[in-house]
Design a binder for this molecule. Structure first.
Ligand SMILES: Cc1cc2nc3c(=O)[nH]c(=O)nc-3n(C[C@H](O)[C@H](O)[C@H](O)COP(=O)(O)OP(=O)(O)OC[C@H]3O[C@@H](n4cnc5c(N)ncnc54)[C@H](O)[C@@H]3O)c2cc1C
Length: 418
């Protein structure tokens, strides 16, 4: 008989287990806490995060950095365990974090192993029994708790924290089974569960794919079919053999997919000169009398890109703006300021960093992360309908929701006779 069974020992599950263990010790309640994880490699996602450096959090985290459930609901959970608490928690474990220019926080070692090792050691110190690899196949409510069937046996637990993640990077163990477990218990899962923070594909042979390897600061703009600007991200943008990647593209990917559900005409544009619209570019071309348009553009853009843009706009880069037909010149300015992107899709969960969609926050009590549907069940992390932008926001969500779920599960036990 377990007191708390945490299903999934990723970022949210480890945090929930650690805080459950600490809470039990603090309240003087002896608690048997186990965290089950089915993956071959424990903490695989923490290890690959941030290019192997693990972007633990961001110096400033607000509900506006997330999508999915409503902003007030997200804020309520984030407030319970903020950036300061995260920094303090890791410092206490001997993991010092440093803030980089982008605002992202990484361990000073620049090595994600430091983060994972510290979390695993903290879990063991908190008395958590890490059961790994042991995949949970089903969770069923029973009188006074839950019956948990795993690949190797059956367990009974008074409380369960479901922290199975979403569907991103399925080889790390997060393959969506947790969502099926939640649905099996009677939870609603959003109609759309899609890859978030995922590269986007362009048609084969599109001129941007010929620029593979080029990274530039650019702005991605999502417009409705009617032309309304819906959302935009300006950041580093990478041209690849399949299409586009880099923070700006990853950040906008889930918005593009979701927008197309209701508005199939929604479209993406790319500005190679963020902050400078087509009209301003055209004016600059006209004013640069006597210089070739390529030379004018080279003041802002790399040579390779200038050549590709001129070619795509069917413009001779050596021609002066005055030698060009007005439509041609304007067409070039339009392409520089707002290249239409005929995106054919995304690269799927295998290449996604997060999942958009999941169990809506409206299905849990935000003070405890306890299910409104199944008493005794708590939920934390990416299994919920909350996804952040690039920058450490997804981990901060995992830490905050894991903290609330873990401490609340134990607090409820302490208040409940065995
Ligand atoms: C390549 C990559 C890089 C990333 N980089 C960053 C970054 O730098 N900063 C950032 O903030 N976010 C980053 N993220 C996102 C971040 O890793 C996730 O948002 C976060 O790990 C989610 O935590 P979680 O615990 O909810 O889910 P997960 O980390 O996915 O953990 C879920 C765990 O549950 C286990 N599990 C699932 N089903 C079962 C089952 N049935 N039985 C037992 N165990 C099960 C899985 O094996 C897994 O270990 C990155 C993601 C990827 C894929």
């Amino acid at each position: 008989m377990l007191d708390v069974a945490v299903v999934g020992a990723g970022a949210a599950g480890l945090f929930a287990a650690i805080w459950a263990g600490r809470g039990a010790a603090g309240a003087g309640v002896p608690a048997r806490i186990a965290a089950f994880d089915g993956a071959r490699k424990l903490g695989a996602k923490i290890l690959v995060a941030g290019g192997g450096r693990c972007n633990v959090t961001h110096w400033r985290v607000e509900e506006g950095d997330y999508a999915g459930s409503t902003a007030p609901a997200i804020r309520k959970v984030l407030r319970r365990f903020g950036v300061e608490e995260t920094v303090g928690f890791f410092a206490e474990l001997g993991v010092e974090l440093k803030r980089e220019e982008t605002g992202k926080l990484f361990p000073v070692t620049d090595d994600a192993h430091t983060v994972l090792d510290a979390l695993l050691a903290a879990a063991r110190r908190a008395g958590v029994h890490l059961r790994h690899p042991e995949r949970v196949e089903s969770v069923a409510p029973m009188d006074g708790g839950f019956r948990i069937r795993t690949a190797t046996g059956e367990h009974v637990a008074r409380r369960v924290v479901l922290a199975t993640g979403g569907k991103a990077l399925p080889k790390s163990g997060s393959d969506g089974v947790g969502l099926a477990i939640a649905a099996g218990l009677g939870h609603r899962v959003t109609d759309h569960v899609i890859p978030s923070l995922v590269p986007l594909r362009l048609p084969e042979g599109h001129w941007i794919t010929e620029l593979s390897g080029l990274t530039v600061p650019a702005e991605l703009v999502l417009r409705s079919g009617g032309g309304k600007r819906l959302v935009s991200f300006a950041d580093s943008t990478l041209c690849t053999h399949f299409g586009l990647s880099g923070p700006s593209v990853l950040n906008i990917s889930r918005h593009w997919t979701m927008a197309r559900v209701d508005d199939p005409q929604a479209r993406l544009e790319l500005s190679w000169t963020p902050g400078m619209e087509a009209e301003a570019i055209d004016r600059a071309l006209v004013e640069a009398k006597g210089r070739g348009v390529g030379a004018v553009l080279r003041a802002w853009l790399p040579e390779r890109l200038v050549r590709a843009l001129c070619e795509a706009a069917a413009v001779d880069a050596a021609a002066t703006p005055q030698q060009l037909a007005r439509d041609r010149r304007r067409g070039l300015a339009q392409l520089v300021g707002a290249t239409p992107l005929p995106v054919t899709g995304d690269r799927g969960f295998t290449f996604a960093e997060a999942t958009a969609g999941g169990v809506p926050l409206s299905e849990v009590r935000l003070e405890t992360m306890e299910s409104r549907v199944v008493p005794g069940l708590h939920l934390a992390g990416e299994v919920l309908d909350v996804d952040g932008r690039i920058g450490g926001f997804n981990f901060q969500w995992a830490w905050a929701s894991g903290f609330v779920a873990g401490t609340s599960a134990v607090a409820a036990l302490a208040a409940q006779p065995t």
